[in-house]
Design a protein around this ligand. Structure first.
Ligand code: GLU
Length: 309
């Protein structure tokens, strides 16, 4: 049975939780709970070379230690390959997807720049160029406008054929692409609100397009500001963002609430996670979330951000 409102947090287990992922976890939880909805967790472990052994369990333990308790079973993408395969076959049978043998270098030579990378020039659209190479599978795109109203970032438009080109839904190394898996899982889990980092904003039109061709519902989207380090780089496992300390959840939760523009009262600066989360659930206002980070994330000042009296 599908709840009226259901949000989700979908970490990739490429390392422990850090402040950047805490912002996405907390924002998605508060947005769902404040509307009386559920909050589910999905482990996006589709890419074995990037998955760190033990990271998924460590992420779940840290969420628990931070008081971020999920509903429903945790879904692991690695257990769902047959679902992705069925969707891929359906798209191929309908002539909407085709194999592509192009290498990154071949594409880069002939491609225009688009949103977030070269626009695929369509070399394999009418037949795979080199049948002896391992093929990816691409989805055919068109020039129709895909437009959606993001609850934090405002209106966002793309024409996929112009801005992205036919995009990969199955990789030449034999892995299902994130874009395909996320759409199938959000639909099957009955997700009504997708709240995540704004680094994924440009992926959303591809996901909406896939929802349309697969006949799936489109959730509401809210893309949160991305936490940056002092050099303006996204806090990420790759950039060496420190792991959250499960023994001291309060200061990081406080800092994440300040980052999300929620202005927790000063007297809660040293409160327990239960008290902080209780306050946050009752006072969460999505319209207060800024579109972009107001200042770099300074882990050393956690708990000292300017509180409102
Ligand atoms: N697995 C992605 C990540 O960890 C998030 C995907 C999503 O929220 O759609 O960055």
């Amino acid at each position: 049975m599908t709840a009226r409102v259901r949000g989700r947090f979908a970490p990739s287990p490429s390392g422990p939780l850090h402040a950047g992922s805490l912002v996405a976890a907390l924002g998605s939880l508060l947005d769902a709970r404040q509307q009386g909805g559920e909050w589910w967790v999905r482990i996006e472990d589709l890419d074995p070379p990037r998955s760190v052994p033990g990271a998924a369990d460590a992420i779940l333990r840290t969420l628990d230690a931070f008081g971020l308790h999920w509903d429903g079973p945790v879904l692991y993408q690695s257990h769902r390959l047959d679902r992705y395969q069925a969707a891929l076959e359906q798209l191929r049978d309908r002539g909407l997807a085709y194999p592509c043998s192009c290498t990154r270098r071949e594409i880069a030579c002939g491609a225009r720049p688009g949103c977030g990378g070269p626009v695929y020039p369509g070399y394999c659209r009418t037949g795979v160029r080199d049948p002896h190479r391992p093929s990816a599978i691409r989805l055919r795109t068109d020039h129709r406008l895909i437009s959606f109203e993001d609850a934090v970032q405002g209106r966002h438009d793309q024409r996929l054929a112009r801005d992205v080109g036919d995009f990969v839904i199955y990789r030449a190394d034999g892995l299902f692409a994130y874009q395909l898996a996320v759409v199938i899982d959000d639909a099957e889990q009955g997700i009504t609100q997708v709240v995540r980092g704004s680094d994924l904003l440009d992926s959303t039109p591809r996901q909406i397009y896939l929802q349309r061709v697969l006949g799936l519902a489109t959730p509401r989207y809210a893309h949160l500001p991305v936490a940056l380090d002092a050099h303006g780089h996204k806090l990420s496992k790759q950039n060496g963002a420190p792991a959250l300390d499960p023994r001291h959840p309060g200061p990081a939760l406080w800092a994440a609430l300040c980052f999300l523009g929620q202005q927790p009262p000063r007297e809660l600066a040293r409160a327990t996670p239960v008290t902080l989360l209780d306050w946050a659930q009752r006072h969460w206002r999505l319209e207060r979330v800024p579109a972009r980070a107001q200042r770099p994330w300074d882990g050393t000042r956690q708990g000292e951000s300017t509180p409102v009296d």
